[in-house]
Design a binder for this molecule. Structure first.
Ligand SMILES: NC(=O)C1=CN([C@@H]2O[C@H](COP(=O)(O)OP(=O)(O)OC[C@H]3O[C@@H](n4cnc5c(N)ncnc54)[C@H](OP(=O)(O)O)[C@@H]3O)[C@@H](O)[C@H]2O)C=CC1
Ligand SMILES: O=C1CO[C@H](CO)[C@@H](O)[C@@H]1O
Length: 337
């Protein structure tokens, strides 16, 4: 599979690294508004995991300033959209108009209505959405276990995802540009909850807000009966000492799985490794390699290559489920109850 990346920022760089490692895919082109990046100087890129941006060799790549010029490049099988959230819908529609298939970073759009329209207009035949959690081994175990029933059905889940102030993201709390932490951050867990438990019918949320946009929240989801007890919380705390925390405790009928990772501004970190507490009292800690965060993106790119090369659509990349994740985020808004 031959890809062209648009938007050379944090995710553009991480996806680029994943293509270098993927046996099934390669980057053949990229599009950037920045002349230094077009010349291969990607050292200005900032992010919160993975290696820092580097000088890359652009000699074998088709480099574009104008997105439409890249869309007309016949050597590209898939356009990899790594633009900010507010630019996703227009970029996807431009790909569809040119008859190009695309992979778009999460969130699919800034609101559920636009996301639902996009999923309908595009379909899973020509649009994939890059929701990474189900491809991270620490989270994949949950979706795999729910799918194969090895521990019975999932019956309860508590999810957590919290960051320090994301000062590196302009307009973070602007509902028309990024959408704040529910749409940009919690959407990861909303997508996972949708995959594991199906669609909740409502939610009750308590939140601190900034300019009307939830900043820190706790939500309990309503699935219509008490057979599924699911909650999620997180957002932004006021301390830059926190880099990033995510984790969960998910109970299946026969076992409960726990995991949590926290990274701090001083470079330290804390980990509760994936721990399976079987109902019969056994404790199991499966091995998941060295925790290299780029590896999950290699799995993601490999899944996209299967889609492009064989038409095999992964449910993890399905735009309808990505749109459902945004519907869940909107259930959690203060005026949604
Ligand atoms: N899956 C995951 O774990 C993560 C996903 N994301 C998602 O990836 C997407 C991109 O986020 P991220 O890479 O962090 O963002 P960055 O700001 O780092 O990169 C976005 C890039 O888009 C290009 N761009 C073009 N026009 C604009 C504009 N008007 N304003 C800003 N950038 C513009 C720029 O690239 P250029 O200079 O080349 O034009 C910019 O570097 C978002 O949807 C985000 O939610 C983000 C982090 C983690
Ligand atoms: O996982 C992530 C860390 O936080 C960022 C800011 O909300 C998100 O964009 C990203 O998806």
């Amino acid at each position: 599979m031959r890809a062209g990346i648009v938007g050379v920022g944090f995710m553009g760089w991480i996806h680029y690294l994943a293509y270098q490692r993927s046996p099934a895919a390669e980057v053949v082109a990229f599009c950037s508004s920045n002349p230094a990046k077009r010349a291969g100087d990607w050292r200005s890129i900032q992010g919160n995991f993975g290696p820092p941006g580097e000088q890359i060799d652009v000699s074998g790549l088709n480099v574009y300033e104008n997105f439409e010029d890249m869309l007309a490049d016949d050597s590209i099988d898939v356009v990899d959209i790594c633009l900010p959230p507010a630019m996703h819908a227009e970029a996807i529609r431009a790909c569809l108009d040119f008859g190009k298939r695309c992979l778009c970073e999460k969130p699919l759009a800034l609101d559920a209505a636009t996301a639902t329209d996009l999923a309908r207009e595009a379909t899973a035949a020509n649009l994939a959405v890059a929701h990474i959690l189900p491809l991270m081994p620490e989270f994949k175990i949950l979706v795999d276990a729910a799918a194969d029933g090895r521990f019975g059905k999932p019956v309860a889940g508590r999810f957590k995802r919290t960051i320090g102030p994301p000062d590196w993201i302009p307009d973070f709390y602007d509902a028309d540009k990024v959408g704040g932490p529910l749409v940009d951050l919690h959407v990861h867990d909303a997508h996972l909850i949708r995959l594991l438990f199906g669609m909740p019918r409502a939610a009750r949320t308590a939140s601190h807000r900034r300019g009307g946009v939830p900043k820190f929240y706790e939500t309990v989801f309503d699935f219509g009966d008490d057979s599924k007890v699911v909650s999620a919380g997180g957002g932004v705390i006021d301390s830059s000492a926190r880099g990033f925390t995510h984790g969960y405790e998910v109970s299946f009928e026969a076992a409960t799985i726990q995991y949590e990772f926290a990274g701090y501004a001083d470079g330290s970190s804390a980990l509760i490794p994936v721990t399976i507490m079987h109902n019969d009292g056994r404790v199991e800690r499966p091995e998941f390699g060295d925790g290299d965060p780029v590896e999950a993106f290699v799995h993601e790119i490999d899944a996209v290559a299967k889609w492009i090369d064989n038409g095999e659509v992964s449910p993890f990349l399905d735009p309808t489920i990505a749109a459902d994740a945004l519907k869940i985020c909107e259930m959690q808004l203060p005026d949604a109850e």
